[in-house]
Design a protein around this ligand. Structure first.
Ligand code: NAD
Length: 254
């Protein structure tokens, strides 16, 4: 069963981590995938996903795209238009930083909000401008459990991911009459370079502490988030819009 046959999907930050797993799963389900990232090499190592997909008979193309720049966002949409027209955007590119509330500088604040909110906002706008005339489309925005509850030491990130949640709901309200759905996906603790390189916790004592608070008692694989994005993007979710899918092993609710 191919859940995305005939769909054209743009996945920002699609070179690594959750985006890479999403690009792979979407291609397996028949979508043509535009991998839009500022780098092609996966942060976790391995084969670039566009090559992996092409080598295994799927359709994928890589577009160099820094989502902070309009030119990059437009290039990603243009690549999808060439393939037949963007019908799915996974707004996944994001960065994670920690720092005490009393210590955060304006530069830290600007960087994280620029990537996680401003860029996601205008990426969605570029996609929606192409979708509206066709009267169909789906935008899947990557929020986080940090968009549902506050966490010490991560105030800026929480603020950005909370903004993404309400951006999603507001987009659903405004774009629903055009046949466009918007869904937020909220990952919990996922095994990606974000948690090994940016803010290392995987493989440190902090991992065990965090996992002890997760009812399923384990870290998730990025593919488990991709499955939620697949559901959100597919017709299985035809009446799901303006809502949140939490993929956190039960952490936030417990
Ligand atoms: P990652 O760092 O493994 O991959 C992120 C990808 O985004 C990289 O390929 C990177 O090059 C790309 N990227 C970063 N800035 C970019 C920019 N300006 N323009 C274009 N591409 C850019 O991260 P991940 O863990 O896969 O996270 C993906 C999304 O999921 C993020 O929005 C993140 O906030 C969210 N998330 C992750 C976790 C987690 O535990 N890993 C938890 C909750 C939410």
């Amino acid at each position: 069963l191919q859940l995305l046959a005939g769909e054209i999907a743009v996945v920002t930050g699609g070179a690594s981590g959750i985006g890479r797993a999403t690009a792979r799963l979407f291609a397996e389900h028949g979508a043509a995938v535009v991998v839009a990232d500022r780098r092609r090499e996966p942060r976790e190592g391995g084969v670039p996903i566009d090559r992996e997909i092409s080598d295994t008979g799927g359709r994928a193309t890589f577009v160099e795209c820094d989502v902070r720049r309009a030119a990059g966002r437009d290039a990603a949409v243009a690549a999808a238009e060439e393939l037949g027209g963007i019908s799915v955007l996974v707004n996944n590119a994001g960065i994670f930083r920690v720092g005490g509330f009393l210590d955060v500088t304006e530069d830290d604040y600007d960087l994280v909000t620029e990537v996680n909110v401003r860029s996601a906002y205008f990426m969605a706008q570029a996609a929606a401008r192409a979708m509206v005339p066709r009267g169909r489309g789906v935008v899947v925005n990557l929020s986080s459990v940090a968009g549902l509850r506050g966490a010490a030491g991560c105030t800026v990130y929480c603020a950005t991911k909370g903004a993404i949640r309400l951006l999603t709901y507001a987009m659903a309200d405004e774009l629903g009459p055009h046949g466009i759905r918007a869904v937020a996906v909220h990952p919990g603790y996922i095994a990606t370079a974000m948690n090994t390189d940016d803010v290392p916790s995987l493989g440190t004592p902090a991992e065990a502490d965090y996992v002890a608070g997760i009812p399923l008692r384990r870290v998730a694989d990025p593919a488990e988030v991709a499955k939620a994005a697949l559901f959100a993007a597919s017709d299985l979710a035809s009446y799901v819009s303006g809502s949140s899918i939490v993929v956190d092993g039960g952490r936030t609710a417990s």
